[in-house]
Design a protein around this ligand. Sequence first.
Ligand SMILES: [Zn+2]
Length: 201
Amino acid sequence: MALEFLLEHLGLDVSTLWVTVFAGDPELCILPDEAAIEEWVRVGMPRERIVPLGVEDNLWEMGGGVGPCGPCSEIFVDRGPAFGCGSPTCRPGCSCDRYLEIWNLVFMEFERLTNGALVSLPRRNVDTGMGLERVASVLQGAESSFSIDLFLSASERLTALQGEESRRWNDGRDGLFSITCERFCWQVSQVLSLDAMGAAL
Ligand SMILES: [Zn+2]
């Protein structure tokens, strides 16, 4: 469903997509997620673009570690060598900006207890979600999530308020300027959501 939406409804090119799966972990007694690999191959993802990653990347857990958790599979867009580190081993999981995660599918199979043990959940589910701003940045060819049309007017206004010099100093992926834009637009979206909810009621 995730792949179908990206390809058939958003028009992304499958040749730009990569996926990750959980590589398994001997300490946790969890095997590599062969079922996810098989499914990705079945829906047309080339085997060489399916990347197994470990606990840090592909075992999703609640903040604080206790509660439902499970292996996950993420979809990445290859933004091209211009965003990359140039390493021959660069691929999803690399710390550079070439591969952008846009979707996560979490297979909720376990519960992490307070003593750290994992027990199987009586009922399993798939918790899935797409990064709206990230997908927008891909569709719009924007340099980052903070350069999409949603943030443009806020960005221009903040630039005017802060001054160009200040903006340059703060700019960057995790810069204060970008965070301010994001928080501002998030607040606006919350107000709009409340308005929409009020209208629906
Ligand atoms: Zn890289």
